[in-house]
Design a protein around this ligand. Structure first.
Ligand SMILES: C[S@@+](CC[C@H](N)C(=O)[O-])C[C@H]1O[C@@H](n2cnc3c(N)ncnc32)[C@H](O)[C@@H]1O
Length: 342
């Protein structure tokens, strides 16, 4: 039996001939780039961009080519164009364009990240996501944060297990479409939801789950809040907040005696020098040690810190930690504070 190699050169030649016969395409530009014809590849990309100037996929392919070819000034210029396009496609107004552009850039090139995702960015992203959010999270991302929060809260309190204690007043920070509210509703004598995205709040309102809903930034809400809650929740929200100090220090005044603050964080693998890091996913990840220190500074003790898989992205698990915090004074008597492994 013959083991002759297939005629791969012949196949490539036919492939090239076919590519040359096509209208200008990304494939042709990439072939030119891969075959060591950087100038011709640039010309092909530029031809393509004349007809598709706002095609971000094409622009990203061009950036890769320019980076490979060491053409850093042009590469930078095209990167800037991509960010501008994204900002404008998000419908960000001129007043927020710079901050949102800076945030997106920092997520890509590791430049200094803002302390939190710009509010306009969060609102626009989630407004656009509201209609398909529930299905996407539960069916595609196998979203577990509400159930994990529930388990962590239940583990530290009999009432959540249905042991007969009186229901709580519950504040759901970054409530989104109410997936977490759904999980906790039966325990809540009063359930309040807060979110930056009017679209998410509208979607939640349709479900009639919450006693009160507010469109607000969560830290602003806590600072202005005159009510006390037995339980404050933030499921999968702190990915949009890097610096947790302002949020955590605003929370003790809204906690009723014995009240708790339960939330999830995505874990920064390998730590983070500032305690948090903005990732290419455009979400912040936190170092659990930083969260503990920030909690302590805010006068909160860690009564639970559990490692968990929060959801899946591209089929891969997203690792995080579920925290339950309580007033440091309240926890002393119960021997809490060590709080598990994180
Ligand atoms: C991934 S969703 C999670 C929603 C909900 N907690 C759940 O478990 O389904 C994150 C939500 O947090 C909201 N969010 C992010 N940053 C916020 C902020 N600073 N203030 C208020 N809401 C915020 C977003 O608008 C979005 O609805």
């Amino acid at each position: 039996m013959s083991h002759r190699n297939p005629d791969w050169r012949g196949v490539l030649a036919r492939f090239d001939a076919a590519a040359a016969a096509q209208p200008p395409s990304v494939l042709a530009a990439e072939l030119l780039s891969a075959r060591g014809h950087p100038e011709e590849a640039v010309a092909a990309f530029r031809d393509l961009l004349e007809t598709r100037p706002a095609d971000r996929r094409l622009l990203r392919a061009f950036v890769l080519h320019l980076a490979r070819a060491g053409r850093s000034a042009e590469c930078e210029e095209v990167r800037r164009q991509i960010l501008e396009l994204e900002v404008s496609e998000l419908g960000i107004g001129p007043g927020d364009a710079e901050s949102v552009g800076g945030f997106l850039r920092a997520s890509e090139d590791g430049s200094a990240a803002p302390r939190a995702a710009p509010r306009a960015y969060v609102a626009r992203i989630f407004d656009g996501y509201a209609e398909r959010f529930d299905l996407h999270l539960e069916a595609t991302l196998r979203y577990e944060a509400p159930a994990l929060l529930f388990e962590a809260v239940a583990a530290s309190d009999g009432a959540a297990r249905g042991d007969g204690a009186s229901p709580w007043s519950v504040l759901d920070l970054g409530c989104g479409t109410g997936l977490t509210g759904t999980r906790f509703r039966h325990l809540a004598r009063r359930l309040v939801g807060v979110d930056l995205s009017p679209g998410m709040i509208r979607k939640t309102a349709e479900k009639g789950l919450y006693d009160e809903l507010a469109v607000s930034d969560i830290t602003d809400y806590l600072r202005g809040c005159r009510e006390r809650f037995d339980l404050v929740l933030a499921a999968d929200v702190l990915g949009y907040v890097g610096d947790l100090e302002p949020l955590l220090s605003a929370s003790p005044p809204v906690l009723a005696p014995g009240g708790r603050f339960a939330f999830t964080i995505e874990e920064a693998a390998g730590g983070a020098p500032d305690g948090y890091v903005l990732c290419a996913t455009r979400r912040y990840r936190h170092d659990p040690g930083y969260v503990r220190r920030a909690a302590l500074n805010a006068g909160l003790a860690v009564s639970c810190a559990r490692h968990a898989v929060l959801r899946h992205e591209g089929g891969l698990p997203v690792a995080g930690v579920v925290f339950v915090l309580e007033h440091a004074t309240a926890s002393r008597g119960r021997g809490a504070g060590a709080g598990g492994p994180a």
